[in-house]
Design a protein around this ligand. Sequence first.
Ligand code: PEP
Ligand code: MG
Length: 587
Amino acid sequence: MTFAIHGLPVARGIAIGRAVIMAGRVDVAHYFIEASQVEEEIARLRSARDAVADEIRRLQQTIVAMGPKEAPHELTALLDVHLMLLQDQDLIDGVRHWITERLYNAEWALTTQLEALSRQFDEMEDEYLRERKADLEQVAERVLRYMKGVASPVAAPPRRASQGRQQDLLLEGTVDVPLVLIAHDLSPADMLQFKQSVFAGFVTDVGGRNSHTAIVARSMDIPAVVGSRSASHLVRQDDWVIIDGDAGVVIVDPSPIILAEYGFKQRQAELERGRLSRLRHTPAVTLDGQKIELLANIEQPEDAAGALAAGAVGVGLFRSEFMFMGRQGHLPDEEEQYLAYRRAVDGMQGLPVTIRTIDVGADKPLDDTRRDAAHLNPALGLRAIRWSLAEPAMFLTQLRAILRAAAYGKVNMLIPMLAHVSEIRQTLSLIDYARSELDGRGVAHGPVDIGAMIEIPAAALTLKTFLKYFDFLSIGTNDLTQYTLAIDRADESVAHLYDPCHPAVLRLVAQTIAEGAAQGKPVSVCGEMAGDTALTRLLLGLGLRSFSMHPAQILAVKQEVLRSDAARLAPWAQRVLEAEEPSQLLD
Ligand code: PEP
Ligand code: MG
């Protein structure tokens, strides 16, 4: 039966495919294995299961030794049930099925089968049997926990082009059926792992439109919906699903008429993309002759190719933190970082690359082991430059690597989350120190322009200081909105209040653009606003001349630029700025 789930639109377009569910109950790795690894994967699971069974038996012996007073008989009986469940044929056969037929890694196979069995338990009439679901979950979690210590790291699922036999297996003989991923939650690092993957679309239960997970999904330019609240429970493995990334709707088990309608919309969107691609070599100049700089936001050096292909005239934001994530504490050393920055610089073929120093924390944890659950407000905690200044050895390593890459092309350095002049001074003196260290070692390095992100209201309200110390500014509207409105950008329950067009946010953006221009210092916007075509005219009218966004947005924004007269937009933009509800004037 057809039904729809509503969430938040994240990345445009329509995806139609079969659902792959990634259960969110236990935090485990999800990746595809090679067909040749099936036996090995089954053996890995078997040895984890045997180890857990031994563990339970040992526990039983201890309990028996304790005597009936301290350890009631029910406890031994319960452990018996757990031992029995470990040998449950439905569980074993099911897991084996997901590994051999779908090439899921063992943990993913186990959670998928657990999900399927949980549903069966829910439907049982007998209350006693229904309650055994919790036991099954506990047993599976024990196995998963055991495996976590010995599990392989998360790996990206293979690219479609190189799938071959594996893809055939995955789709049970129906070649070319797209797959869409439905997950409870995905970390930004998980999402990055899925770049270039087989998935044609994503849906998550949690997350806001401007969470970092959503941003990575957008950079992948495939339809995505977040904050759906319950999709991972309502959608079943293999259901046909339509993801409408423009409307934020997920349609499950669509009727043939609905499928035809969305198939048509999908083709229209493809035609539109084809039309836009003709603008790739057209300079971005407004009708009144203003040259507009359209830059790319990237997460990995390899994204440079996509940025060039989209006609970007440089990288305005390289989110370097993605290189540091999911490494279980082994951070990249100077050489590894230098080579990565160098690849981005070489990849941009002489165009400027703005590398932002590491911005971890809040919804971008370094890895699961460092997830900062102890702090109630991680977005207000040790994030970005605060973290870098608290880890000076790590920060100096990164600074040296960036300065070395700058010897091979135009590199700018961008510092996130600054608010205090003391932080500015410390940062600048560490940059000088990193330079002197390289000089001491006789290692080549290049000049860099140094910029500050304006993403904390305090920074936007003390621009004079920032303009004194920095060569350029970049407005991070994602965080500026979060911190001005006190709305967690990753929390779907307050997503309706997250509004970059709130008059307070717009005022801070407008002031930053105006003061930068008055001082003759470049100002760009690198938050998601820059890539939103509904806001291009407003930002042009406010005087913005440099926009940095996901490569996928560049041509659509360029089209808006080519149709705009910046001088004529200025008075209108002032009226929007003064309005009580600016978004009402935007259409
Ligand atoms: C921003 O805050 O607008 C920004 C560009 O940085 P990030 O989204 O990575 O926090
Ligand atoms: Mg930010």
